[in-house]
Design a protein around this ligand. Structure first.
Ligand code: C5P
Length: 223
């Protein structure tokens, strides 16, 4: 049972990886199943919120009552998020956005043009992607922003730095590659006062706890 703590609230969520095309058949991406973000979307909808979920390429069904916008690249994700951000009360960035994209996308498949063993790999020039969370947090009247941090080491230290750098009130730290695609997770909430650990549980249970935390914070949030 999920108490209706978000009735009358609009929540915007990003989830999944982004995919940055090199050519029509190749690309670079991040590892992310989207499960955590979809669980947050489901929990927020259960709590009575009007939920918009901007999803990168994932294989997951849309949670009941959630409006879903599918995107591929980081720039498409930003273009979907930006016009919606100011009209939402909370923005939860769970997406594993690719930090870089190929500087150019080739219209046709790049050919190897050589006998086996003699192909010369084409160099790949990269351009930096926009930081969606930091861009939303820098809006004149931003929604209450919640970021996620996945690291392979020094998790809490990096989460604290990330919170300050992106200027968001709350970062949810989750342990790195071990949790990718798994159904359960361990989360630590990092805010200006310190840290609070949520005990290991399945992603939906943790998402419901996070939703209660967001509802609580929204009662005193003024952008
Ligand atoms: O900088 P890093 O990727 O470690 O930060 C993770 C947090 O920032 C997540 O909440 C992620 O969704 C968000 N992010 C973003 N746009 C990016 C990179 C990260 O919204 N380009």
């Amino acid at each position: 049972f999920q108490p209706k703590v978000l009735v009358g609230r609009k929540v915007l969520i990003t989830a999944g990886p982004t995919y940055e095309a090199i050519d029509p058949v190749r690309g670079i991406t991040n590892r992310s199943s989207g499960k955590m973000g979809f669980a947050v979307a489901r929990a927020a909808a259960e709590a009575g919120a009007e939920v918009t979920l901007v999803a990168g390429p994932v294989h997951l069904p849309t949670p009941l009552g959630v409006r879903r916008i599918d995107v591929q690249s980081a720039r498409e994700m930003l273009d979907a998020v930006l016009p919606l951000a100011a009209s939402h009360h909370a923005f939860v960035a769970t997406a594993a956005v690719a930090d870089w994209r190929p500087a150019q996308t080739h219209e046709h498949k790049i050919k190897k043009n050589a006998k086996a063993g003699e192909a010369v790999a084409p160099g790949l020039e990269l351009a930096e992607n926009p930081d969606i969370l930091a861009t939303v947090a820098a809006l004149p009247h931003p929604p209450m922003c919640v970021g996620f941090a996945a690291e392979s080491q020094d998790l809490i230290k990096h989460a604290r730095e990330k919170r300050q750098r992106k200027n968001v009130p709350l970062i949810v730290a989750n342990v790195g590659p071990a949790t990718f695609g798994q159904d359960d997770n361990a989360l630590t909430l990092v805010d200006a006062r310190g840290e609070r650990e949520l005990s290991r549980a399945d992603k939906l249970t943790l998402a419901r706890e996070l939703v209660r935390e967001i509802a609580q914070r929204l009662t005193t949030y003024n952008a």
